[in-house]
Ligand binder design. Structure first.
Ligand code: LHQ
Length: 259
């Protein structure tokens, strides 16, 4: 199994699982991730997702053993990217929060897979490498979109062109990720965060994600209209009713994640 799924109370953990290759991606793993994400989305009991990697790496990007140029000509990079792009689109469109626990090196497409998640934690020993330029490629899996938005164009350009490893702590200082965490505490912290998210107002979070993604292209005018409409939707959920009631009754809310 190239992607392992574990069910926890309220959430699922998806683990990239080719540890002897630092979880390098191939078409099979892309498909396994798609299935795991689609099944999590279809499960009403699943209100958050945790993505991580098996072994000492998070993901070393495309498995280069599969894409060497041979006498038969160049490999079908376009076809492979159709697999991976489907995963990135699915991740960004999920109606629940996705936490990524980057347990070790995240290189190439593996780095950008992490950046597609909603909240990224990384072990302090991990680093992020836009490795593409080392082999004559461009950042893919959304890299050219995520990088400038997260860290600004000057840093994005240098990261993409130089392909130098960015240590987790600096990645957090730069705003590429949410937090760098001591290695031995990473998974405990990631589980605690995902479990906490699984008890929040799931629809409100889904609508927040939609609003933030739309803000990347909208004018302020269009965004104000969108916020009004999405707020109206959020205001009709039972979790909104419960959230306000709990506040007024001075008790913790008991959200269900349902409409
Ligand atoms: C690997 C890989 C790997 C195979 C480590 N493949 N075996 C491209 C084309 C097509 C369509 C889609 O999109 C893309 C986008 C991309 O992702 S392009 C970028 C591809 N990735 C890379 O260029 C990174 C290659 N890997 C590395 O530079 C290093 O392995 C890093 C910096 C990630 C880690 O270095 P180390 O910690 O020193 O580990 P290592 O190099 O010793 O790797 C451990 C093993 O994993 C080793 O195998 P071995 O049999 O010697 O133990 C590596 O060959 C293997 N491995 N990455 N991408």
């Amino acid at each position: 199994m190239t992607a392992l799924v574990e069910k926890h109370a309220g959430y699922r953990q998806i683990t990239l699982n080719r540890p002897d290759r630092l979880n390098a991606l191939n078409a099979e793993m892309g498909d396994a991730l798609m299935v795991a994400l689609a099944e999590a989305e279809a499960d009403p009991a699943c209100r958050a997702i945790l993505v991580t990697g098996a072994g000492r790496g998070f993901c070393a990007g495309q498995d280069l053993g599969d894409v060497a140029v041979s006498d038969a000509g160049p490999p079908d990079l376009k076809g492979l990217l159709d697999h991976y792009n489907a995963v990135i689109r699915k991740l960004r469109g999920l109606p629940m929060p996705v936490v990524c626990a980057v347990n070790g090196v995240a290189a190439g497409a593996g780095a950008n897979l992490a950046l597609a998640c909603d909240i990224v934690l990384a072990a302090k020993s991990a680093n992020f490498v836009q490795a593409f330029s080392r082999i004559g490629l461009i950042p893919d899996c959304g890299g050219t979109w995520f990088l400038p938005r997260l860290v600004g164009m000057a840093r994005a350009r240098a990261l993409a062109i130089l392909a130098e490893p960015l240590p987790a702590e600096r990645a957090a200082e730069w705003g590429l990720i949410w937090q760098a965490i001591d290695d031995d505490r990473l998974m405990e912290a990631a589980h605690a965060l995902t479990a906490r998210l699984a008890k929040q107002a799931t629809i409100g979070i889904a609508l927040t994600k939609r609003a933030l993604d739309a803000a990347e292209v909208n004018t302020l005018d269009a965004q104000l209209d969108l916020e009004r409409d999405l707020q109206d939707e959020a205001g009709h959920t039972s979790d909104y009713a419960e959230g306000v009631r709990a506040f007024l009754e001075k008790r913790p809310p008991n959200f269900t994640g349902q409409r």
